[in-house]
Design a protein around this ligand. Sequence first.
Ligand code: GLU
Length: 290
Amino acid sequence: MRKTRAAVAAVALTLALATAACGGDDAGSTGERTSFPAGSTMQKLRDAQKLRVGTKFDQPGFGLKRPSGTPKGFDVEIAKIIAERLGIAEERIEYTETPSSIREQVLQQDKVDIVVATYTITDKRKQLVDFAGPYYIAGQTLMVNADYSEITGPDSFKDPTKKVCSVTNSTPATNIQKYLKDKTKQLVLFENYDKCVKALMNRKVDAVTSDNVILLGFIATNEGKLALAGTAFTEEPYGIGVKKGDDQFRNFINDTIEASFGDGSYRRAWKYTAGKYDQSGPTIPTIDRY
Ligand code: GLU
């Protein structure tokens, strides 16, 4: 009996050593190593030991970059979860700023491998790129100066003197149009939300429209000056943009995100980023494996 136990222990030790010996660059904190098909995007990225990520640089809670250092936020953490599964250290992620207007372009021109940038999955965008996810469901709403009560929801823009700011090629900029009396005069578009927030605080516009969680980040970082007006009036499922047609890579990201829902990494990622501004916590979405 004792002999058998010793033999079992010896085999276990041999296995452990063998695993350790070939697992120096294992992916994932649990140490498991996924093997990838030869020639797949996953294998190419692992071989290159580099992941190029498009994200926002001006959105507190999702992707915010100070003049020095790397961007921080929930989208950045999602990118790190993907990198880890690929066996790429987070220091080897290269971030590119991708304002809403260039997200499809950077994927099509192979400037980045993935876009994680508060990127709503839409049928129109799916004609140009593919999406893994969703990993979060936001909703469009409005933000105003805290002392301003003339905007209570999108219907307030029936008044043609009221102006709203949004970002070029964003879904909020498209969705708000049906509420406007005069699109040319009432909608002010900038390249990023930072500029909209400045215009709002300088009273050049009456409201900014974007996703609730994005606006909550601006409200929290501008102590007491800004507030939400009304409730969400759209659904914005956030996806991870990948090059069109790379189903293998998209499936891998879907598997990775789904695993993160169950292993604690997703909730951890949320808690210390967007979760600071939105304590209601994310409802885990269902991955759309189209
Ligand atoms: N989620 C929306 C979109 O993808 C708005 C946020 C953004 O502009 O990034 O257009």
